[in-house]
Design a protein around this ligand. Structure first.
Ligand SMILES: *[C@@H]1O[C@H](CO)[C@@H](O)[C@H](O)[C@H]1NC(C)=O
Ligand SMILES: *[C@@H]1O[C@H](CO)[C@@H](O)[C@H](O)[C@H]1NC(C)=O
Ligand SMILES: *[C@@H]1O[C@H](CO)[C@@H](O)[C@H](O)[C@H]1NC(C)=O
Length: 204
């Protein structure tokens, strides 16, 4: 029995989403392939009531170069590196691409300093004024979500995820104009982020 309300991971291949059942649902043992008609929606929300479920017996192996879109404006890739190495690689990749790194925050270290425990968890902020300014000229509140962020964390299974905010989610959130120029900037930012993050988690 697949409980759609409890799905956490959705890997998108074109219009087909591979849905991985959650770990905390005892009775869920089989993954399902789900056609998601709402995936094209600009705000990235997934209306599970629109899903047409077909069960399948094989769980596909996750591949490093495939993004997981969480349906909450966050995209992720799995990293074969630990969190600190993943972040170091992100810093190299974004600097090589000409971006400025504005901040690096090690949440787990800060937690440790406050006598709290947190699995490895770090975030970096990076960007380029030339790339980001047009978004803020269009909607000043884009400044809440810019500079861009890359976040790495280790989950309870020891898997490291590299995640970022999906540009279309941010632009919808802040009502950025849906004209051709801004749509094209948003698309370029989306492609650029996916390329940079995939480069950062690429094998040696
Ligand atoms: C998300 O998109 C759907 C379909 O375009 C729309 O009905 C809904 O109001 C949007 N939600 C937000 C929060 O923008
Ligand atoms: C989800 O889709 C169903 C069927 O199209 C619709 O009745 C329902 O209002 C939608 N819910 C949301 C939150 O958009
Ligand atoms: C992360 O991996 C690197 C390279 O393998 C290693 O040198 C480093 O000690 C690791 N860091 C942690 C916190 O495990």
């Amino acid at each position: 029995m697949l409980l759609l309300q409890q799905l956490v991971l959705i890997t998108v291949f074109g219009g087909t989403a591979i849905v991985h059942p959650v770990v905390f649902a005892d009775d869920v043992t089989e993954p399902a392939i789900v056609m998601v008609s709402g995936m094209g929606e600009r705000n990235g929300t997934i209306n599970t009531t629109k899903m047409d479920v077909k069960t399948t017996t094989t769980m596909p192996e996750p591949r490093e170069d495939e993004c997981v879109h969480h349906g909450s404006g966050v995209a992720s890739v799995i990293s074969p590196y630990n969190v600190s190495t993943t972040i170091e690689r992100v810093l190299d990749v974004v600097r090589n691409a000409g971006f400025t790194v504005f901040a690096r925050v090690n949440h787990a270290q800060l937690a440790h300093d406050a006598n709290l425990f947190l699995l490895p968890n770090e975030v970096v902020m990076f960007g380029s004024p030339a790339g980001g300014t047009p978004f803020m000229q269009d909607s000043a509140l884009m400044g809440i979500d810019l500079p861009l962020k890359a976040h790495a964390h280790e989950d309870t299974d020891g898997v490291v995820h590299l995640s970022w905010n999906e540009p279309s989610y941010m632009t919808t959130r802040h009502g950025v104009s849906a004209d051709d120029a801004m749509e094209s900037r948003t698309t370029r930012m989306t492609v650029m982020l996916e390329q940079l993050m995939n480069e950062a988690v690429k094998g040696e």
